[in-house]
Write a protein that binds this ligand. Structure first.
Ligand code: ADP
Ligand code: MG
Length: 679
């Protein structure tokens, strides 16, 4: 019988203190003993023998068996690091950072020295680094400077089952390398999924299986579908907390916003209940969580307390948290979706696959028997969920990857050795887009502009806007805007009890309805004027951490601009120039106001709206360029500026003709009025 929602229990909610556990020699011994208890340890010698014998090895093992943290260390201990670096890719940046930190600890070295990591905009490695964890995207970029991976003796493509776009492209590239570098070792490791498929792809490479230890997990379903899984999940947490024996809880959410909402609800419902109930320790984990807080999910739960980990699907296979006995699975995740027909990409909350649901449940049975509460019905598991997640390559825009492959000299993309090829239409669409951006010529070859764009670890549209900022004499402004956009939607914060103040502070940056990109520029410039003051951030409801990250990203982008020989230019008062530079990258993302206050995208018409968080959401300009689309209750455009339609023909003559931007019979919209008759 699954959970009755009639008890409203309470407990103390506590957060881990920020003290850093010092790892002294004492801990080191203990850690070395711990390493020997991992399921992979008994297979150490056999594994090393198999690697000696075979150039390519597929390794399959239950999540948490020790693949990611142990195999690179075994290789190092066996001497591979004397010949070259040991590389290990991860699909997620949090995993790369966290695992590197753990391995550095186990080896008793300082992170960034012998053991380091490299993620976009953050290189924590040095000349002494011999074990290097990195995101799959970063390894792809390394191919641009080192196409044969000469500095590596072993490359481990980890979490291969995740089938991210970058991992899928890496498969083709590393497979090629094994042909002309017979001495390099290649390991493809994954959770217990798809090993056969990997082996087939890598010309029948042997599969090394690490038997996992698994305790039984009871799976419970809801009797009826849940209308609000966030509510259902938090109620379930509280129910488990009061009715179930000790053991930590892991809840899967789709993203930071949900996690923060759940945290808020749990705090609220347990407030004031003091010692009536056991202590509850809430630990959020998601990609943008600051790294000092990421470490906390691994701290041991004190006697008598219960840890509740609120995670994205990062905890599905990438990170293993010991002590989890209860898993709550609402059955959703955030996924990219792409329509080659309209050329639109958006993030959508979608049901997980059966395979993902099984992985999630498995997290409850690692150290003892556990329970998994599925917030959906057994019927919907059987009948509504796909067996496997569709590989990202089949549901994403390929502009980035095509630009990268072209710069690696791989021209024949149709015949690239894909494990699962992308739809031909998607490839064509990417080529078309790069052509319209001016990155490829009409023979599909990389242009000088394209070559410069490929230098940036950014989406081609962002790279384009950076490179052309030169022409509009505003590279300083555009590089700031790029950095701010790259931080994501975490610049402004809005505490529950001070929403009005926060909104007012935010609107100050929007004075003159300059548009969201320019508001972000203003935020950065004002912060800079205060000498990067933290106090200023507090007063303006700005997240200081996000700003610091923006500053780091900005510094790096500036360095890259120098590499492509773009001089710093600045003209803060020329808003039109700045907006034109933005439009040069984003002319694809143009929409026009309709009579009913919604918008229609110009080519491949689709109805969209301005996101309520935008400074222009009440202003409703006639023509806008947007940064991204997010699908929640509707398709929303996030980060919007107003443009003049004739810019489109001027800037992107390949793409827009006069007839696309003509406003036959249009009435002029009165300035400053929200509503106007148009068309
Ligand atoms: P796999 O890659 O096979 O899923 P891992 O090597 O990631 O397994 O995990 C092995 C063990 O190391 C697990 O018990 C996990 O909890 C622990 N571990 C991994 N990262 C950390 C970390 N940052 N802090 C503490 N323990 C960790
Ligand atoms: Mg792993």
């Amino acid at each position: 019988e699954f959970i009755q929602a009639n008890i409203m229990p309470g407990s103390k909610v506590r957060y881990f203190s920020t003290h850093k556990a010092a790892v002294g020699a004492m801990f080191l011994d203990e850690m070395q003993e711990d390493r020997k208890t991992l399921p992979i340890f008994p297979y150490r010698e056999r594994l090393l023998d198999a690697i000696t014998e075979h150039q390519v090895l597929v390794i399959e093992g239950e999540t948490g068996s020790g693949k990611t943290t142990q195999i690179p260390q075994y290789l190092h201990e066996a001497g591979y690091s004397k010949v070259g670096k040991i590389g290990c890719t991860q699909p997620r940046r949090v995993a790369a950072m966290s695992v590197a930190a753990r391995v550095a600890q186990e080896m008793g070295v300082k992170l960034g020295h012998e053991v380091g990591y490299s993620i976009r905009f953050e290189d924590c490695t040095s000349d002494t680094t011999i074990i290097k964890y990195m995101t799959d995207g970063m390894l792809l970029r390394e191919f641009l400077s080192e196409p044969d991976l000469a500095s590596y003796s072993v490359m481990m493509v980890d979490e291969a089952h995740e089938r991210t776009l970058s991992t899928d492209i890496l498969f083709g590239l590393v497979k090629d390398i094994t042909r002309f570098r017979p001495e390099i070792k290649l390991l493809i490791s994954s959770a217990t999924l798809d090993a056969g498929k990997f082996s087939d792809y890598f010309d029948g490479a042997p599969i090394f299986r690490i038997p996992g230890r698994r305790f039984p997990v009871d799976i419970l379903y809801t009797k009826a579908p849940e209308a609000d899984y966030l509510e259902a999940a938090t109620v379930t947490v509280l129910q488990i907390h009061v009715t179930q024996p000790p053991g930590d809880i892991l809840v899967f959410f789709t993203g930071q916003e949900e996690i923060e909402a759940a945290e808020e609800i749990l705090k609220h419902r347990t407030r004031g209940l003091g010692s009536k109930i056991a202590e509850m320790i809430i630990c959020p984990i998601y990609a943008n969580l600051p790294s000092d807080m990421q470490a906390k999910i691994f701290e041991e739960t004190p006697e008598g307390a219960r840890k509740v980990v609120l995670a994205t699907n990062i905890a599905e296979t990438s990170l293993t948290i010991d002590g989890i006995k209860y898993v709550i699975d609402p059955g959703f995740c955030k996924q990219k979706s792409y329509s080659p027909r309209t050329g639109m990409e958006s993030l959508i909350i979608t049901p997980v696959s059966k395979a993902a649901a099984q992985q999630r449940a498995g997290r409850a049975g690692r150290t003892s028997a556990g329970k998994c509460f599925r917030l959906y019905t057994a019927w919907s598991f059987q009948n509504e969920m796909d067996d496997n997640t569709v590989p990202e390559i089949q549901r994403t825009n390929l502009g980035n990857v095509v630009l990268m492959l072209k710069s690696l000299g791989i021209n024949d993309l149709i015949n690239f050795d894909f494990m699962d090829p992308p739809p031909a239409e998607t490839l064509l669409r990417a080529l078309e887009q790069l052509y319209a951006l001016g990155a490829l010529n009409d023979r599909g070859e990389l242009t000088k502009l394209g070559r410069r764009m490929a230098e940036f670890p950014l989406d081609p549209m962002l790279s384009k806007m950076l490179v052309v900022s030169d022409k509009y004499l505003c590279s300083e402004e555009i590089v700031t805007i790029c950095a701010m956009l790259s931080v994501g939607n975490s610049i402004f914060y809005r505490p529950k009890d001070k929403q009005v103040h926060a909104d007012n502070a935010r609107m100050n940056f929007h004075a003159g309805n300059v548009g969201d990109h320019l508001a972000l520029l203003k935020v950065y410039d004002q912060w800079k004027e205060t000498n990067f003051s933290t106090q200023w951030c507090y007063e303006n409801y700005i997240q200081v951490r996000s700003m610091k990250r923006a500053r780091d990203i900005r510094d790096q982008l500036e360095g890259l601009l120098e590499r492509v020989e773009i001089e710093p230019t600045s003209n803060p008062s020329d808003l039109e120039g700045i907006k034109k530079a933005i439009t040069s990258g984003y002319f694809y993302h143009t929409a026009k106001l309709q009579k009913n206050g919604s918008y229609r995208t110009i080519k491949n018409p689709q109805t969209v709206s301005i996101h309520p968080s935008s400074g222009l959401s009440q202003v409703l300009p006639r023509w806008v360029v947007y940064h991204e689309l997010v699908l929640t209750t509707k398709e929303y455009m996030r980060q919007v500026i107003e443009i003049k339609p004739d810019w489109l023909v001027e800037i992107a003559p390949h793409y827009y003709k006069l007839k696309d931007v003509e406003d036959a019979g249009a009435h002029k919209m009165p300035k400053g009025k929200g509503k106007a008759t148009i068309d």
